[in-house]
Design a protein around this ligand. Structure first.
Ligand SMILES: NC(=O)c1ccc[n+]([C@@H]2O[C@H](COP(=O)([O-])OP(=O)(O)OC[C@H]3O[C@@H](n4cnc5c(N)ncnc54)[C@H](O)[C@@H]3O)[C@@H](O)[C@H]2O)c1
Length: 230
């Protein structure tokens, strides 16, 4: 149990990657605050994890099963692109836990829109969720992370920043911004013994990706990977 007694906040926890991160941390003994702005999906996550038979965690090709203890999971609805919502989230976590060890800024949205069809409203929305989101959540939660003395902040960027995916100019721009945010924040918070890192996942078959891309495209991506898909 590598994360026993650790308090972890995961944004976008009701989505594909976020729910996998949530399951993994719970299976390693952490207490997890699952944050999402979709009420139904968040409720479904709680139902799935509350199963008396435990929940499946698959990694390294070996599925295993864990049972979640009653106080291990806290689910809070919040909008990462809203300053007031992030402040409310922080107040609720402060009241329940009083400290946070690990923050995973994972919430994101990645529409596919040709550049000339991106309206300013869509540009702002994508940047608000993917770039403003990590800033607003981090700013609100930081006082609780400072309590922990060994804080960890993990920002989920995207491998699309290397490819420069053409029909996601807003998303690629925002996720590249997450790298700058991560590097600058790491330098700012190192003095508090808080590390800040970013991950740039390649294409991962979560619900929106399955809806956006034909199976043949996903198969080709999987073939290009260095290891067998699990
Ligand atoms: N799936 C991929 O191929 C891939 C590749 C690289 C990076 N990523 C990144 O990984 C993260 C997770 O992606 P995913 O594929 O699991 O997508 P997903 O849509 O399954 O999960 C994203 C979650 O974020 C939540 N969310 C969106 N806007 C929010 C907001 N304003 N406030 C709170 N929650 C909000 C959604 O409700 C959803 O549950 C995203 O940041 C995405 O950009 C995904």
């Amino acid at each position: 149990m590598r994360f026993s007694n650790k308090f972890v906040i995961i944004t976008g926890a009701a989505g594909g990657i976020g729910s996998a991160i949530t399951r993994r941390f719970l299976s390693e003994g952490a207490k997890v605050c699952a944050v999402d702005n979709r009420t139904e999906a968040l409720n479904q996550l709680v139902l799935d994890l509350d199963s008396p038979f435990g929940f499946a965690v698959a990694y390294g090709g070996r599925p295993s099963y864990s049972a979640v203890s009653p106080d291990a999971l806290l689910a809070i609805k919040a909008d990462v692109s809203s300053e007031s919502s992030c402040k409310n989230l922080s107040a609720q976590v402060q009241q329940t836990w009083g400290a946070v060890d690990i923050l995973v800024n994972n919430a994101g949205k990645f529409p596919v829109t040709p550049f000339e069809e991106i309206s300013y409203a869509e540009w702002r929305e994508v940047c608000a969720i993917n770039l403003d989101g990590p800033f607003l959540v981090t700013l609100a939660i930081l006082p609780l992370i400072k309590v922990s003395k060994t804080g960890r902040i993990i920002n989920i960027s995207s491998g699309s920043i290397f490819a420069g995916t053409p029909d996601q100019c807003h998303y690629v721009t925002a996720k590249a911004g997450v790298i700058g945010f991560t590097r600058s924040l790491a330098n700012a918070l190192g003095q508090h013994n808080i590390t800040v890192n970013a991950i740039t996942p390649g294409i991962t078959d979560t619900p929106p990706i399955i809806a956006l891309f034909p199976a043949a495209v996903l198969d080709k991506q999987a073939e290009a990977r260095a290891i067998e898909p699990i």
